[in-house]
Design a protein around this ligand. Structure first.
Ligand code: PEP
Length: 246
């Protein structure tokens, strides 16, 4: 059975108490199904609440939205990979477009974060994706390839632990999505990039993100290249999220 991941990026929504309430309702409706995984990326302060509420339920994974590349130090406001792990994270997003375009994170920093996560046995979910003008100029694959360079130098064993989320910037929070065919083309390119570095095609997990909602998730997941979805807006409402996962 192929892997199907439903990952919710809560961004700067839902504090610890909201998160506990969300999980209570969600889990009352949740039944584990083979091959389906539900990942939650809450705000850092809500990580322990989500991890405790999930209580190791089958098919549920908890992750941080961001980490620093150093393990500790004078970096006010940051959290490190080992801290995220201590708070209950098993994974973390890296290079989300909001980190890149609002906070100015570079591919070099993104690469260091991936390595920090791997050092601490956390699964990196590396987000890549082009801006609208880059797509219009036909530069999508070139941009994605440039962002994948954050993984340069990792061996096949390390690369095999990385999940990629293809999230076209123009589709995030805008109500626009890539068509399943457009997304599949980019996913195929990413899969080939990993295969050229020794990771078997079936072992590379690639999510699609960008305005995924209950009414458009099915055709996206029907595309064999798409192993799951990374969802922002539609993941913070428990009714919508439960419906999507169901
Ligand atoms: C995201 O934040 O990763 C995302 C895809 O957001 P949205 O679903 O709101 O477009």
């Amino acid at each position: 059975m192929s892997r199907r991941i439903f990952a919710g990026n809560w961004k700067m929504h839902l504090g610890p108490e909201d998160a506990r309430q969300f999980l209570k309702v969600f889990l009352s409706r949740y039944r584990h199904e083979a091959g389906r995984e539900v990942w939650f990326f809450p705000a850092a302060v809500a990580l322990p609440a989500v991890a405790e509420a999930a209580g190791g339920r089958a098919g549920i994974v908890v992750g941080a939205q961001n980490v620093h590349w150093e393990d500790q130090g004078a970096f006010t406001g940051e959290i490190s990979a080992p801290m995220a792990r201590q708070a209950g994270a098993q994974a973390a997003l890296v290079g989300h477009s909001e980190r890149r375009h609002i906070f100015g994170e570079t591919d070099e920093q993104t690469g260091r974060k991936v390595r920090a996560l791997l050092r601490h046995q956390l699964t990196p979910v590396l987000c890549v994706g082009e801006k609208l003008e880059e797509r219009e100029q036909g530069h999508t694959l070139q941009v994605v390839e440039g962002q994948l360079a954050a993984l340069a130098g990792l061996d096949a064993a390390a690369l095999g632990q990385v999940i990629v989320a293809y999230e076209p910037v123009w589709a995030i929070g805008t109500g626009k999505n890539a068509t399943p065919k457009d997304a599949a083309e980019v996913h195929g390119f990413i899969r080939a990039w990993f295969a050229a570095r020794g990771v078997a095609e079936r072992h590379t997990t690639i999510l699609y993100g960008g305005s995924v909602k209950p009414d458009n998730v099915k055709p996206l997941l029907a595309e064999p290249e798409i192993n799951g979805v990374l969802v922002g807006g539609a993941s913070v409402n428990v009714a919508t999220w439960s419906e999507m996962v169901r």
